[in-house]
Ligand binder design. Structure first.
Ligand SMILES: Nc1nc2c(ncn2[C@@H]2O[C@H](COP(=O)(O)OP(=O)(O)OP(=O)(O)O)[C@@H](O)[C@H]2O)c(=O)[nH]1
Ligand SMILES: [Mg+2]
Length: 485
C-alpha cells in the first residue's frame, strides 16, 4: 500500500497538471515499446510530418485544412532529457541511416495551432494544443506489476516462466545455480553477484534476435545505467523455502527480498510517479513481425507481455497502482511498426494478427476502460512496391536498399544497391501463428532484411518533402484527432 505522503504528492502533481492544462491545453502521450521496437523512429517521423506538411489524409483536422502553425517548444520538465529530434532526423534524411538506440526516457513538446471545426468555438479563439511526447522503454512498463508483488511471488513467477519449454534451454545455467542454492543459508556477496549475473544473462539471451522472446522484469537488469552494480540491481529470484517461517536475517532469501524492495523503491516508484501516472494517451509499439518470424513461442510470449502491460493500465482498485492512478489514460493504441517490410496485400493480415494478440491479452488482463485500437503501420516507409514476373507467375515484391551487411540466402548486400525482395505472405488464419506446441512448421518464414531509410523526394523548389510512412496518419487521428476539433 502507498504511504500517505506518496498519495498526497501524486494528488498534488495531478492538480498542478490540471490547472496548467486550463490555460494551455496539453496532451501527454507516452510512446513505449521494447527495445528496438521503433519508438525513436516513430516520434521523429510523427514530428517531421507535422512540421513539414507531410501527407496525412487520415488526420481529419489536417486534411480539412484546419491546422495552422506547428512548432517545437520548450518542454515542461527540466530534468528529463530532450528527445533529440533534429539529430535523429538528420541521421535518417542526410545519412540515410537509422538513429542510434536510445536507452532512457526523453521528452519533446510540439505545439499545434488549429481552427476549431465548430463555428461557436472559433468565435472565441483559435485552438492551440501542445503534445508532450514521452519516449520511454517498454521494459519500464513491465516493471509496474512488480509494485503489487512481494519477493516470494516474484520469485515463484519468474522461476515458473524460466522453466517453460521456450525458455528452459536459455535459463539452464541460471536454473542450475538456483537449484543448488539453499536460500536459508547465510548470504555472501560474491554468490549474490554471480546469481544476479546468471539471471541477467538469461534475460539477455531471451531478447536475442533469433529468439525474440519478450523481456521479463526487472527491466533495469538489461539497461542498468548508473545503477549498475548497486544492491538494488544485485539480486535474483530464489527457490521457495520449506515451511512458512520467515527466513533468517542475512540469509540469501532475506537479503534478496530486501534488495527486491529496494528496486521497487528506487526504480519503479519514481518512474510511476514522475512519468506513468501523468500520461493521457499511450501508444505501445510492438515488433510483431520479428515475433512472427521467430515462431509461436515468441508470439505467445509477446501476448503474455502485452497482458502484463495492459494490466498496468487498468489495475484493480485494491492494488498499489489502482489506489494512485487518478488520471486515467483514455486512449491506448497498439501499433505494429515496420509494415513496410511486407507487401500491401499482407498489411490487413498483419493487422488481424495484432488484433488477435491484443484481444487475447485484453481478455486475460480483464482490461477495459480506455478506448483501444490497433494499427499496422510504418513510421518511415523504406520500401516501395512492385511486381516481378517469373515465368508465368507475377509476384508482389518490395523494393528498397538493404543496409550494408544484411543477407538473404547467402547474398550479402553492400548498402548501396536497390533490391527487389519477395517478403512472403502471412497466413490467412492468424490462429496458425499461435498454435500451441507447433514450431511454425508449414509456415514459410518471411524474408526480412533491414532496409536503409528512403531517399527523400524534392519538390519544385528543391525542398525535401517529409518522410514517407504507412498509416502514421491513422495512428495520429486516433491519438490526437478528437482534441483538434
Ligand atoms: N523499415 C522500417 N524500419 C524501422 C521502422 N521503425 C524502426 N525501424 C527499424 O527498427 C530499428 C529500431 O528503431 P528505433 O526507433 O531506434 O527503436 P527504439 O524503440 O527507439 O529502440 P531503443 O532506442 O533501442 O529502445 C531501426 O534501427 C530500424 O532498423 C520503420 O518504420 N520502417
Ligand atoms: Mg529509441
Amino acid at each position: 500500500m502507498p504511504s500517505l505522503a506518496d498519495e498526497a504528492r501524486y494528488a498534488l502533481d495531478t492538480l498542478t497538471d490540471r490547472a496548467t492544462e486550463l490555460f494551455h491545453p496539453t496532451l501527454r502521450i507516452g510512446v513505449a515499446g521494447l527495445s528496438r521496437a521503433g519508438k525513436t523512429v516513430f516520434i521523429s517521423a510523427l514530428v517531421h510530418n507535422l512540421l513539414h506538411g507531410g501527407r496525412l489524409p487520415l488526420l481529419e483536422a489536417y486534411a480539412s485544412g484546419r491546422i495552422g502553425k506547428t512548432y517545437l517548444e520548450e518542454q515542461p520538465d527540466d530534468a528529463v532529457p530532450r528527445f533529440q529530434y533534429e539529430d535523429h532526423v538528420r541521421t535518417m534524411v542526410e545519412e540515410r541511416l537509422w538513429p542510434q538506440s536510445t536507452r532512457a526516457i526523453s521528452e519533446l513538446r510540439l505545439t499545434i495551432e488549429f481552427q476549431s471545426a465548430s463555428g461557436w468555438s472559433r468565435l472565441f479563439s483559435a485552438g492551440r494544443l501542445s503534445l508532450d511526447i514521452v519516449d520511454y522503454p517498454g521494459e519500464w512498463l513491465l516493471d509496474l506489476p512488480l509494485l503489487d508483488k512481494d519477493f516470494q511471488t516474484f520469485s515463484a513467477e519468474s522461476l515458473q516462466r524460466a522453466r517453460l519449454p521456450g525458455r528452459a534451454a536459455l535459463a539452464g545455467p541460471f536454473l542450475a545455480a538456483i537449484d543448488a542454492l539453499d536460500p536459508m543459508a547465510p548470504a555472501d556477496e560474491p554468490t549474490s553477484q554471480r546469481l544476479a549475473a546468471l539471471f541477467t544473462e538469461y534475460l539477455r539471451r531471451c531478447r536475442a534476435d533469433d529468439k525474440a522472446l519478450s523481456t521479463l522484469p526487472p527491466g533495469r537488469f538489461l539497461m542498468p545505467g548508473d545503477l549498475e552494480g548497486s544492491p538494488a540491481l544485485t539480486f535474483a529470484p530464489l527457490g521457495g523455502s520449506s515451511g512458512t517461517a520467515a527466513p533468517p536475517r542475512n540469509s540469501f532469501a532475506a537479503v534478496h527480498a530486501r534488495r527486491f524492495e529496494a528496486y521497487k523503491t528506487v526504480v519503479v516508484k519514481p518512474f510511476f510517479r514522475d512519468h506513468f501516472a501523468r500520461l493521457d494517451r499511450q501508444i505501445i509499439l510492438i515488433d510483431a513481425l520479428q515475433a512472427i518470424n521467430a515462431g509461436p513461442d515468441a508470439v505467445r510470449d509477446l501476448e503474455a507481455a502485452l497482458t502484463d502491460i495492459l494490466a498496468c493500465f487498468r489495475p484493480g482498485r485494491a492494488t498499489w497502482l489502482g489506489g494512485l492512478l487518478s488520471r486515467r489514460i483514455d486512449r491506448l493504441l497498439v501499433a505494429a511498426t515496420k509494415a513496410d517490410h511486407l507487401h500491401r496485400d499482407s498489411h490487413k493480415r498483419l493487422e488481424a494478427v495484432v488484433r488477435q494478440i491484443v484481444a487475447r491479452a485484453t481478455e486475460r488482463a480483464q482490461f477495459s476502460g480506455a478506448q483501444t485500437d490497433v494499427v499496422a503501420m510504418a513510421a518511415v516507409r523504406a520500401t516501395r512496391e512492385a511486381q516481378v514476373t517469373e515465368g508465368r507467375e507475377t509476384l508482389p515484391v518490395i523494393v528498397g536498399t538493404p543496409l550494408a551487411g544484411e543477407r538473404i540466402a547467402g547474398e550479402i548486400f553492400d548498402g548501396a544497391t536497390e533490391t527487389a525482395i519477395f517478403p512472403g505472405d502471412l497466413p490467412k488464419d492468424p490462429a496458425r501463428l499461435f498454435a500451441e506446441g507447433a514450431d511454425g512448421k508449414g509456415l514459410d518464414p518471411l524474408n526480412f532484411v533491414r532496409f536503409r531509410p528512403p531517399v527523400l523526394e524534392r519538390d519544385d523548389r528543391g525542398l525535401t518533402l517529409s518522410l514517407p510512412h504507412i498509416r502514421l496518419d491513422r495512428a495520429l487521428q486516433f491519438l490526437i484527432g478528437d482534441r483538434l476539433r
